[in-house]
Design a protein around this ligand. Sequence first.
Ligand code: SF4
Length: 249
Amino acid sequence: MSRKTTSARRKAGKKSKPLRKARAGAGNKAAYGATPPLRPNEIEEVFRRFHAANPTPRGELEHINPFTLLVAVVLSAQATDAGVNKATPALFAAADTPEKMVRLGEEKVRDLIKTIGLFRTKARNVIALSQKLIAEHGGVVPRIHEALESLPGVGRKTANVVLNIAFGEPTIAVDTHVFRVGNRTGLAPGKTPLEVETRLGQVIPDRYRLHAHHWLILHGRYTCLARKPLCERCIIADLCRWPGKTVAA
Ligand code: SF4
């Protein structure tokens, strides 16, 4: 997915630490967790507008099947989706199953993904998770959060992405964009990705949950940018509680 969440930074770091010095960016107008929360009717309106603007949002990582999605998400830690998408066609043409990936071997995987940051560690993890899928899950990507999170290179966010996109589970994957948008807007103020995920799970109306994380990612990636949010074209600007927004409420 996208880059720079603290949770993504440490895959093994499956625990969320408070982002004590983190700020909401763009002038540090409010610390994460400090924006006043939106009311339920306002949250309903936020997602009504996201749905109206884009009824069926899609993830941007190219993949062929649940296994290649899992690999793509693992590769996307600390990297952009666009950067991952440049490398994965050749990788997935060579190996689109755990068995083929193991046969391809770490060295060739490393060579095929060398344009992606942390490629050595990621190549090692891709081989190790493929081996574990074969040994413990018959070569099939499990539809169980704990089983996914036990795979090498797979943290909570990656497991949630795979469950959502591959299996249609209404999970919320909190990457850097979701973390920022959840905090800035007042949808889900929280000091850690897990706090934001938990709060989003509590406040998002059921009918919007399946697509919620895609809407929030896309909003953060293309509108509520970290340094210069495009508030003047934001469809929820009147609802947003962030004191740093650049349009009047
Ligand atoms: S108004 Fe929109 S773009 Fe601006 S900070 Fe709020 S959510 Fe982000």
